[in-house]
Design a protein around this ligand. Structure first.
Ligand code: NAD
Length: 293
């Protein structure tokens, strides 16, 4: 099998994915029907990346990555066609941001070949690729696709398929609340962004939401959610897992266990070192000033 990957769709993500794979040593065929966008693929002038027609591109590749518009019908029609054209050993991946893999797998004779490889923009820079496992995705498909992502320098992280997967469930919950804060006139758009950059944003980037909560105290987080739920509605209802943990006295770093299930010594070390770990991330001149191109 040649080290050849077909990327279908040469838009924002398709071009970034093609570059990352080309830089990683793969020969990449990009399929893009819109002339103006195809011209932008050519501008990349990468020795291992070329524009091709769909049948040429998918007939001899080890992996097809579909990165066309986020439209279920468009994707289903395309996958039906790819299924007819590709060799039976070819792995199939979709870069969809939100569509359940099981819905797209319905277009294929053998749904075990399909998974999500959810890249992030800019694809050349961002390490994480969510490896989205559908109900019928085979273990072989997951292992092979994860190995390929690691081979091109990415950090493949496995998630079970559901609408939005993990990253966009989290990202869009925050986005929605930011829009509501704006709509309710709580702060200007500039200040909403500035509050995130200079408060929990850097901490979230360093620790993630679950370790942050463990370090902050799960009893306190539960009390906050209860108050918000009373005043802002059911979208803030505390999930049962949090009530159960607090009921069991598992409060995070200040007790004997938390969401991350680290041992007490690890929690103690993280709590003690938190200020030092975050000092760099919170450097005021970086966090407080607007990014400029
Ligand atoms: N934009 C992001 O930040 C981002 C991040 C992660 C994942 N995604 C996902 O990646 C996919 C592509 O998003 P994008 O931002 O690159 O969109 P885009 O609009 O920039 O590009 C989509 C491209 O697909 C092409 N296309 C449409 N139908 C096609 C077909 N049948 N065959 C070949 N090409 C076709 C279009 O001409 C267009 O150039 C979507 O599923 C999106 O949800 C986007």
């Amino acid at each position: 099998m040649t080290s050849h990957i077909a990327v279908i769709g040469g838009g924002l993500m398709g071009r970034g994915i093609a570059l990352a794979l080309g830089d990683g040593g793969y020969r990449v065929s990009v399929v893009e029907p819109v002339a103006g966008i195809a011209a932008q693929v050519e501008v990349m002038a990468h020795p291992r990346i070329a524009l091709r027609e769909l049948d040429d591109a998918v007939s001899d590749c080890e992996l097809v990555i579909e990165a066309v518009s986020e439209d279920v019908e468009v994707k289903l029609a395309l996958w039906r066609r790819i299924d007819e054209l590709a060799a039976s050993s070819t792995l199939f991946a979709t870069n969809t941001s939100s569509i359940d893999i099981d819905e797209l797998a319905g277009a294929l004779d053998d749904p075990s070949r399909l998974l999500g490889l959810h890249w992030f923009n800019p694809a050349v820079i961002v390490p994480c690729v969510e490896v989205v496992v559908g109900a019928r995705t085979s273990e072989e498909t997951v292992v092979a696709a994860s190995a390929l992502m690691a081979a091109v320098g990415k950090e493949p992280i496995q998630v079970r398929s559901a609408p939005g997967f993990v990253a966009n469930r989290l990202q869009f919950a925050l986005f929605r609340e930011a829009l509501l804060c704006l709509e309710e006139g709580l702060a200007s758009p500039e200040d909403i962004d500035r509050i995130v950059r200079t408060s929990f944003g850097p901490r979230l980037a360093r620790f993630g939401p679950l370790l942050s909560a463990d370090l902050g105290g799960l009893d306190t987080y539960l009390a906050i959610l209860n108050y918000l739920s009373t005043h802002l509605g059911a979208r803030f209802d505390p999930p049962r897992i949090l009530e159960r943990m607090v009921g069991d006295g598992r409060l995070g770093a200040k007790s004997s266990g938390g969401l991350r299930e680290l041992d007490p010594a690890e929690y103690a070390e993280l709590s003690a070192g938190m200020a030092d770990l975050l000092a760099e991330a919170y450097r005021v001149e970086d966090a407080a000033s607007e990014p400029r191109a």
